[in-house]
Ligand binder design. Structure first.
Ligand code: FO1
Length: 314
């Protein structure tokens, strides 16, 4: 049953891409749609950088640099090195030479008036990806992180330049009021049989998707399995700032906090075997091994989630 389902996944970058890759192993590509966070996107050196779209795209195309989980494997930094050597520009955001091809083409298409939705479809098609990659919206909705030390920081300044060390006071998406759910996202959600929330950072990666005006209402109205996968394992995040941000926002670092955060848009939760099972009225929950260290783990988790949902629906 699960194999014949249309699966829509709300996802951010590296953590979400791991589950995406597992899903691609166990479900037909044409049944998979990824709605990807674009709050991390920014203009840099005249280029439009869309890290989470590219991380998902390179992962699904089998081209991602495996150790860091973003960028292209076997890439070089000749261009960035020349910017530093010749013009003294500090290369705080690492853009590989091959990766630049993506940013150049995307920038050119944006300047021609193409939407990010159409551009993402073309880039992923050219890279041989059968699944659908949709930006959360076409408008720019940058994530702004309000910090104790520096006040407001653009997402990549917070995440990469400051190595997510500043203490977070609040997070919002600039320009949200003028954004809207695209027709492509609307029709993907309307045709969905299952919606998954990848184990991405809820506050940095999924919140921007939910902040697109109309998105929450669309999700809340869907009468189908809407399942979040915990990004918290054994009281900590696998990688990145999720646990640190939760503490800074005064939240307990537990899967329960994640479930509460997604209240109203999920009706199912995949907890980790190392956690105490979350129990809430109206919520179906299971415990699986959600730690994805290699491709077998990714495939096994994707399969177990879809099997659990299939049982629940039969
Ligand atoms: N992450 C880093 O930690 N340092 C970088 O220099 C960096 C460059 C980069 C370039 C292209 C790209 O698609 C992603 C890149 N990332 C880098 C990853 C990215 O900043 C984050 O992983 C996401 O935005 C968070 O999901």
């Amino acid at each position: 049953m699960a194999l014949a389902s249309n699966i829509v996944v709300l996802t951010g970058g590296v953590g979400g891409a791991k589950l995406a890759s597992g899903l691609l192993d166990v479900a037909p590509a044409e049944r998979l749609t990824f709605i990807v966070n674009t709050g991390d996107d920014f203009w840099h050196l005249g280029l439009r950088i869309c890290p989470d779209l590219d991380t998902t795209m390179y992962t699904l195309a089998g081209l991602v640099e495996p150790t860091q989980g973003w960028g292209l494997r076997d890439d070089s930094t000749v261009t960035l090195d020349a910017l530093q050597a010749n013009y003294g520009l500090e290369p705080w955001f690492k853009l590989g030479d091959k990766d630049l091809a993506t940013h150049l083409l995307r920038g050119e298409m944006l300047r021609r008036g193409d939407s990010l939705t159409d551009i993402s479809a073309r880039l992923s098609r050219e890279l041989g990806i059968g699944a659908r990659l949709l930006p959360m919206c076409d408008a720019e909705m940058p994530t702004i992180v309000e910090t104790d030390e520096y006040g407001e920081l653009g997402f990549q300044e917070y995440f990469v330049k400051q190595r997510w060390q500043p203490a977070v006071k609040s997070i919002h998406n600039r320009g949200a009021a003028a954004a809207g759910v695209s027709d492509a996202v609307k029709s993907a959600l309307t045709a969905a049989d299952i919606v998954l929330f990848a184990p991405s950072n809820p506050w940095l990666s999924v919140a921007p998707i939910l902040a697109v005006p109309g998105m929450r209402d669309l999700l809340a109205a869907l009468d189908l399995p809407k399942v979040a996968v915990t990004p918290i394992i054994g009281g900590d995040a696998v990688k990145g700032p999720t646990a640190k941000i939760m503490r800074e926002l005064g939240l307990q670092v537990t899967a329960t906090t994640i479930v509460e955060y997604y209240h109203g848009v999920i009706n199912g939760f995949v907890d980790d075997v190392r956690n105490d099972l979350c129990q809430f009225d109206g919520l179906r929950a299971t415990r699986l091994d959600t730690l994805m260290q290699d491709q077998n783990d990714k495939r096994a988790l994707a399969e177990a989630i879809l099997n659990w949902i299939a049982e629940w629906r039969s």
